[in-house]
Design a protein around this ligand. Structure first.
Ligand SMILES: *Cc1c(COP(=O)(O)O)cnc(C)c1O
Length: 311
């Protein structure tokens, strides 16, 4: 596991629109770690998998939505490290005709091919997924397992994400990271240097995130959440965002995902143009991956007759 995690590069991002602002932007290409166990999900699973092994568990069980990067990552990691995997998936309608679901959903299809067993639950039941009663029922149904929380965030996940920043990254003034549950940015905050500022870009409307992140981080670090670029909520996109993502890929060669990294890069670009990020700043944006989610988003965009994300 260590090998792939050490060959991540920082790639300079040059956008015509930003030339006049004299800000340097690099992306840490964690998306290149693995096509499906992308970026931060690999790092979040690393110490959890070691722990599951230590506890002699045979199975990993986790939760997620139908297009979840985390579900995809757990399925692939299970295959790679020889665990049976069980995915508790939101949406009981998806279980009615599994063949049809797998045909229409590449995330679940590939997870299935990698041996993941599914249980589809209604949206109302899904809300209770972390209660002891629900977990007990799952134990009765599936036997003993190692539980990975939704989105993969726990102490061990944060520990894995503390390995994202490397000594050569000390030259950056600002580190940027997209946020879902807050695990990844917590690791980054913990390993950032005293003179560095960490900016988080929530991919959802998340007033709870500040509190969540505080549970995992050491005191005295310089960090802030930028709440202006969630585009209406988790998984929500606009035509402007899709155009930005396609243009970004044309100009830089770097593909962005529409749920997390696209929103973050849109935000960084906007802040540079508005002068919120000052001249001379050296920015490192973490490319946390998520590219497996593009197909799912494109089928939604196609239904609405909107521009697709180019691949
Ligand atoms: C899951 C994910 C995130 C968010 O990570 P958290 O640790 O949940 O905040 C960011 N980017 C991508 C691509 C992801 O898949």
């Amino acid at each position: 596991m260590g090998e792939v995690l050490n060959k991540v590069i920082n790639q300079q991002v040059v956008l015509k629109d930003l030339l006049e602002f004299d800000v340097s932007v690099f992306m840490k290409r964690e998306d290149q770690i693995h096509p499906f166990i992308s970026g931060n999900k690999y790092r979040k699973l690393k110490y959890n998998i070691l722990k599951a092994d230590e506890q002699n568990k045979q199975s990993l069980l986790t939760f997620g939505g139908a297009f979840s990067n985390h579900i995809s990552a757990v399925a692939f990691a299970g295959k790679e490290f020889e665990f049976h995997t069980i995915g508790i998936i939101r949406g009981d309608e998806l279980g009615i005709d599994l063949d049809k679901t797998l045909e229409q959903n590449i995330t679940l299809c590939l997870a299935h091919e990698h041996g993941m067993e599914f249980k589809f639950v209604s949206r109302s039941d899904y809300r209770f997924k972390h209660t002891p009663e629900f977990i007990e029922e799952l134990k009765n149904e599936f036997g003993d397992f190692y539980l990975v929380p939704e989105g993969g965030t726990n102490e061990l996940a944060v520990k894995g994400c503390e390995e994202i920043l490397k000594p050569e990254d000390d030259i950056f003034d600002v580190i940027c990271c997209a946020i879902g549950t807050g695990g990844t940015i917590s690791g980054i905050i913990n390993s950032a240097k005293a003179n560095q500022k960490v900016l988080g870009f929530p991919a959802l409307k998340g007033d709870f995130l500040h509190h969540e992140i505080k549970k995992y981080i050491v005191e005295g670090k310089n960090w802030n959440l930028i709440n202006d670029y969630h585009f209406g909520g988790f998984g929500k996109v606009s035509a402007e965002l899709i155009t930005f993502i396609n243009n970004f890929k044309d100009e830089t060669g770097i593909p962005l995902d529409p749920i997390y990294t696209g929103k973050m890069m849109f935000g960084i670009t906007d802040m540079i143009k508005k002068g919120t990020i000052k001249k001379g700043t050296k920015i490192l944006a973490i490319h946390t991956g998520g590219l497996q989610g593009i197909d799912g988003m494109n089928s939604r965009l196609q239904k609405k007759n909107l521009e697709l994300i180019s691949k």
